[in-house]
Design a protein around this ligand. Structure first.
Ligand code: RNT
Ligand code: ZN
Length: 409
């Protein structure tokens, strides 16, 4: 089947071998927080701050050992280059508050990530699920002590990010997301943003190594309980990133449903060398469903591939479903991302671009439609085979569920 698919794609000027080789090389950063419903190990409890996990499927990882075991199992069923995306709230055995976290609190994670052959670790300060989120605000709070606490937390996290970069000899993407916003109409939309701007300035002024840590800022349109106003909006962060030479992170659940991240990627690539993504699947709202091989995911992958931006765009996954087997959520989401990338790699983009420039929109439409029924599945199966994997992974997950997850009561 693969050999016949290879010949079929060759007719379109597509080399399936080159596509498979390229796919193996694109790294995807996988979030630790799908394993435990964004709870973490530092006592914050269920996620708060406008984000929500729903469902109560058996087997949530309750501690470091369980999460490591689940990551180990789930990652073993994924192909390609993998990175681990950690939140600060996953510090292992820290007896200090978040503003005092140190690299040593993450040394065990480094050991683990190296042992399972990951390319690197990415990092996120955790500015939710904590007593110092005062009246829903962190870096934009009117209370100076609250702002100071979170600034210190971010600076402490930047040191940890540098440590990760050094340990893996690989840059660490460091993403700042805050829940700050208001449920109802605010009386002042500007001052909170000025305070956020000032807090970010203070964080960036700590003197971190820009070659090692890629600082990104993640905007959002609204969250549950913060429907009317978000301090860290798209325009705010895009301008902040541009003026301060840092990076934008686009989460495709964070825009109006008729706005597409696939269209934002090339808009930003015109101005930025680096761009970060949180790939998720919003159903009617920022619901963070498991990523599936849907049209917008394919469009996102196409924009990355056809603009030669596989090194520029840092792909990370961000979703959390507690209503199904959590390992399966991880694997299916990561595989969907890889499928979308492979789909995009199996397109003769220069031919299509040429048709567009020649204004032959008829041929462009017809060709694009033809690609949809080419034997993509055969190439995907071949890729999995070469990664010592098969399409069918559920049996293995079920065994793990019966043996390990169901015991967690
Ligand atoms: C929330 C943001 C943010 C979080 C993670 C846990 O809306 O998407 O990225 O999901 O940091
Ligand atoms: Zn996100």
């Amino acid at each position: 089947m693969y050999n016949s698919a290879r010949r079929e794609y060759a007719v379109y000027g597509v080399d399936t071998e080159a596509a498979i080789a390229k796919l193996k090389d694109i790294s995807v950063s996988i979030h630790c927080w799908q394993g435990d419903d964004v709870v973490g190990f530092d006592g914050g409890g269920a996620a708060s701050g406008g984000i929500q996990t729903t469902g109560n499927y058996a087997g949530r990882a309750r501690n470091f050992e369980e999460l490591k075991a689940d990551i180990n199992k789930a990652f073993s069923l994924m192909g390609g280059k993998k990175r681990l995306n950690l939140h600060a709230s996953y510090a292992a055995g820290a007896d200090v508050d978040r503003d005092k976290y140190e690299p040593k609190h993450f040394a065990e994670w480094v050991k683990f990530a190296k042992a399972i052959g990951l390319q690197g670790i990415d990092f996120n300060p955790t500015m939710f699920s904590h007593k110092n989120v005062k009246d829903g605000l962190t870096l934009s709070s009117p209370d100076e002590n609250i702002r100071k606490f979170w600034i210190s937390h971010c600076i402490a996290c930047l040191r940890i990010a540098e440590y990760f970069a050094n340990e893996f000899n690989n840059p660490c993407t460091f993403n700042i997301w805050i829940p700050d916003g208001f449920k109802d109409l605010p009386a002042d939309r500007l001052t909170p943003r000025l305070r956020l701007k000032d807090s970010l300035d203070k964080i960036l002024a700590c003197g971190y190594d820009r070659r090692k840590v890629i600082v990104a800022v993640e905007s959002k349109v609204f969250g549950i309980g913060v429907e009317s106003y978000t301090v860290g909006s798209n325009e705010f962060y895009q301008n902040y990133a541009a003026k301060n030479n840092i990076c934008c992170l686009l989460d495709n659940g964070h825009y109006h449903p008729l706005e597409y991240v696939s269209d934002k990627i090339p808009a930003l690539l015109a101005f930025y060398d680096t761009l970060a993504l949180h790939v998720t699947r919003g159903v009617r709202w920022d619901s963070d469903h498991v990523v599936l091989l849907e049209d917008e995911l394919k469009e996102i992958a196409k924009e990355i591939v056809r603009n030669n931006a596989t090194d520029k765009v840092k792909i990370a996954l961000d979703y959390f479903d507690a209503s199904i087997n959590r390992l399966s959520a991880w694997v299916t989401g990561q595989r969907a991302m890889q499928k979308a990338l492979l789909y995009a790699l199996l397109i003769n983009h220069s031919e299509l671009k040429e048709l567009q420039d020649k204004a032959d929109f008829t041929a462009l439409m017809v060709k694009q439609e033809e690609y949809k029924t080419l034997p993509f599945g055969a190439v995907w199966k071949e890729y999995l085979k070469r990664e010592s994997l098969t399409e069918e992974y559920l049996t293995e997950i079920r065994e793990y569920e019966n043996k390990i997850l169901k015991e967690r009561v």
